[in-house]
Design a protein around this ligand. Structure first.
Ligand code: KG4
Ligand code: ZN
Length: 334
């Protein structure tokens, strides 16, 4: 079964063709990062305009690269939320037009579900159930994946998402947008024990996250150092901040895996590209006999192939949409 999928929830315009939910024939990703960089973050109105300028070319490119014809496509998948409303609408309108013109079924996909499915593309034998940590720019979730479209949402962020904390701290350090990959790189050169930033675990049995206190602690540290006229070692701040955040993510993920008796732990979303997170998960996984899964870097950050995979599994489960499908910028996982 061939799925053509479209992703335009934020600042990547992407279209993919995938076979049977797991095999990527093409995955074209056009990033707007260079345009948004100068504003220090994504400007929603500019994002929508850029999507509309190039979406038709990206769709054509995905078809050409996959070496298929539009008539070969069996299913259209599209991100319906969460994300920027104007940006989502460009992808949705394009997907609806294709579904109508080709007379093919359409499935609206939750973007966060797409992030999980990136792992099915990367790991051909991976099957639910498993414990999953999804950490992106806008959301952080701890979930138990019971089936391909069946999720138990157990923890979520109460304030800033993990990626958001990376981006905000990076901005304070004078780094470019998006800050996550830059902090990742600097952290490798710094001392993670140099500054003792807080690890906010919340109530004893809570699987929720809160990163705004950590973010504020980093800002206060920088302000204090500047007031005292002392030199800030950016690498040490990056390493100490990253370690504080990762300690919380890793601890809670393993605690949930233990509670569920699950020996598979899957990470997903843009922050799953973080080298420190991958290393920590793997070394703790070895000690606790838990297998760790994460997608390659291109599949961690936003792309349409993961949306195609989620559309396929939802179609198999009977979750077909129709042409009344609308976007939902605040869509939750369940
Ligand atoms: O999943 P994603 O591409 O978009 C959303 O759905 O939000 O995630 C983007 C987020 C950004 O906050 C970015 O800074 C972060 O993922 N990110 C990273 C790394 N690569 C991307 N954070 C830490 N380390 C990285 N290597
Ligand atoms: Zn995303």
């Amino acid at each position: 079964m061939l799925t053509l999928a479209i992703e335009t929830s934020c600042d990547e315009t992407s279209c993919a063709v995938i076979r049977d939910g797991r095999e990527v024939l093409s995955n074209i990703i056009s990033s707007q990062i260079e345009i948004h960089k100068r504003f220090g973050g994504v400007v929603p109105e500019i994002a929508s305009r850029k999507h509309i300028e190039i979406i038709n070319n990206i769709v054509q490119e995905a078809i050409d690269k996959a070496e298929v014809e539009f008539e070969d496509i069996d299913l259209i998948g599209v991100t319906k939320g969460p994300g920027l409303v104007g940006a989502l609408l460009i992808g949705l309108s394009t997907a609806k037009a294709l579904a109508y013109a080709l007379d093919k079924p359409i499935v609206g996909v939750n973007h966060m579900e797409g992030h999980i499915c990136a792992n099915y593309i990367e790991h051909k034998d991976l099957k639910p159930p498993f414990t999953c940590l999804i950490v992106s720019g806008g959301h952080s979730y701890l979930i138990y994946v019971k089936g391909y479209t069946d999720y138990e949402l157990i923890g979520r962020t109460r304030d800033d998402a993990a990626g958001e904390a990376f981006d905000k701290v990076a901005r304070t350090l004078g780094l470019a947008y998006p800050g996550g990959p830059l902090i990742d790189k600097l952290a490798r050169e710094g001392n993670k024990d140099a500054i003792d930033f807080p690890r906010v675990m919340l109530e004893k049995d809570s699987y929720d996250f809160s990163f705004s206190g950590l973010k504020t602690a980093v800002l206060n540290y920088i302000n204090n150092m500047e007031q005292k006229g002392e030199k800030i070692v950016v690498e040490d701040v990056a390493a100490s901040f990253q370690q504080a955040l990762l300690d919380v993510l890793v601890d809670k993920s393993f605690k949930l895996a233990r509670e569920k008796g699950s020996n598979k732990l899957v990470i997903a979303g843009g922050v799953a590209a973080n080298s420190g997170l991958r290393e920590m998960m793997e070394s703790r996984g070895k000690k606790e006999s838990v297998d760790i899964f994460y997608p390659s870097r291109t599949l961690c950050t936003d792309n349409a192939a993961m949306i195609g995979s989620a559309a396929y599994f939802n179609y198999q489960a009977g979750n077909e949409s129709d042409l009344h499908l609308n976007v939902n910028p605040n869509l939750s996982l369940n």
